[in-house]
Design a protein around this ligand. Structure first.
Ligand SMILES: *[C@@H]1O[C@H](CO)[C@@H](O)[C@H](O)[C@H]1NC(C)=O
Ligand SMILES: *[C@@H]1O[C@H](CO)[C@@H](O)[C@H](O)[C@H]1NC(C)=O
Length: 394
């Protein structure tokens, strides 16, 4: 929630509308996008004797820094996470953070009773700055107690968040007495942070501005109900994050299109799932359209297997009909021939005297068709004999 607000704040400060940032135009340098660098801190206080802090550094939604609690050192997670700061400057910052994290826990524990913090509790801080088109465009420092907005640093003083109550007012009143702390915070936010941010943006340029084309494919989701289909369009492996994906019928956007969250892959590229719930008979003719800066205006369009599946159905039908014809034909033929055999057997009897002795040994197998053959032969012979007799005048 806090993060979302901060992100939104950053975007608005930069004068870019949310919608515009979601519809990528032609490829453009990432420095024109509002970008923030923030340090996130979460401190958990389990009881009077146990507390622990975690901290990390983020460029937008990409984690660039960790904090090693045991060693009290900054972990640089990207090759370019040092930006253009010198080793000395980074060491100074590291020392400052060591003092801060240590002091933070001690001070909170010392004031816990006065501030009426109730164990167990969690304090979070998000602090940083934004740049837009290469220029510093804003700073922020927000604190949360038990996951809710608690206070912020604005201008040159601490202010309680609306609705955070008298506890937040008390904390701000105390904090505002420490002029040194306010000065350090102001310097870090307004001077150090924008310089550092500009430095890592420059150093990480190649990775941050890389254009990776998405892959897209369709699948069918769990049926939303009888006679309905959930069409799923998967878009995966793209960079940068802004992407436009829509279910379409021709040039018409489908208003029921549901967009999921854009999820990160481990390699820094992104994944998005966009679904549409439709009546099964209306699925044909729909397509999923993907716009992304890496595609250079050549949208990806994938058609729901309307035509394809019709073709497939036709093919299946042809195969089934062919099989049926073959099957019926075969059984007809079998029936036909067995009918003939039955007829032959009925005419001549199974052991017709004019049997096929001439056909060699009678095996059960032969018995089935021999009578038929001999029947033809016998008739032929009879006729032949008759004509011979006539010829001889007998
Ligand atoms: C304080 O909390 C820690 C972490 O939950 C636990 O291990 C420890 O036993 C607790 N100590 C006391 C005195 O309650
Ligand atoms: C680092 O880069 C920024 C922006 O390009 C510049 O303002 C700054 O002077 C550079 N050097 C240091 C040590 O910050």
């Amino acid at each position: 929630m806090l993060l979302l607000l901060l992100l939104f704040e950053g975007l608005v400060q930069c004068g870019a509308s949310l919608e515009a940032s979601q519809v990528p135009g032609p490829p453009h340098p990432a420095t024109e996008e509002p970008l923030s660098f923030r340090v996130l801190q979460t401190s958990s206080f389990a009881n009077r004797s146990w507390a622990s802090s975690q901290a990390s550094g983020w460029l937008g939604e990409l984690q660039t820094h960790g904090w090693d609690n045991a060693l009290g050192t900054i972990s640089f997670l990207r090759p370019w996470s040092r930006g253009n700061f010198s080793a000395k400057e980074l060491r100074n910052l590291q020392n400052l953070f060591q003092l801060y994290f240590h002091g933070f826990i001690i001070e909170v524990q010392a004031f816990e009773h006065q501030f009426q913090f109730e164990y167990p509790f969690e304090l979070q801080v998000s602090a940083g700055c934004t740049v837009c088109a290469g220029k510093a465009s804003g700073t922020f420092l927000n604190g949360a107690y038990q996951g809710s907005d608690f206070l912020s640093f604005r201008g040159d003083s601490w202010q309680p968040s609306p609705g955070a109550g008298s506890r937040a007012q008390k904390v701000c009143a105390v904090l505002n007495q420490y002029l040194d702390i306010k000065e350090i915070v102001q310097t870090l936010l307004s001077y150090t942070c924008p310089r550092f941010l500009a430095g890592i943006l420059e150093a990480g340029k190649t990775e941050l501005e890389r254009q990776v084309k998405p892959e897209a494919w369709l699948s069918r989701g769990p049926s939303p109900g009888p006679g309905r289909l959930l069409l799923v369009c998967h878009v995966s492996g793209f960079h940068p994050k802004p992407v436009w994906v829509m279910w379409m019928r021709g040039e018409q956007k489908q208003r029921g299109t549901q967009r999921g969250d854009v999820l990160p892959h481990a390699d820094g590229t992104w994944y998005l799932r966009v679904t549409l719930d439709v009546a099964a008979r209306e699925a044909a003719g729909l397509s999923c359209r993907v716009k992304h800066s890496s595609l250079g205006g050549q949208d990806i369009v994938i058609h729901w297997g309307g035509r394809n599946s019709a073709l497939l159905t036709l093919l299946c039908l042809v195969v089934i009909v062919t099989l049926l014809v073959l099957l019926v034909g075969h059984s007809c033929f079998k029936k036909h021939s067995s009918n003939q055999k039955a007829l032959a057997a009925a005419v001549h009897g199974p052991d017709s005297p004019t049997g096929a002795d001439t056909q060699g040994p009678r095996t059960p197998g032969h018995q089935l068709y021999l009578p038929q053959e001999s029947w033809i032969k016998n008739r032929f012979l009879k006729k032949w004999k008759t004509s011979l007799h006539q010829l001889w005048g007998r």
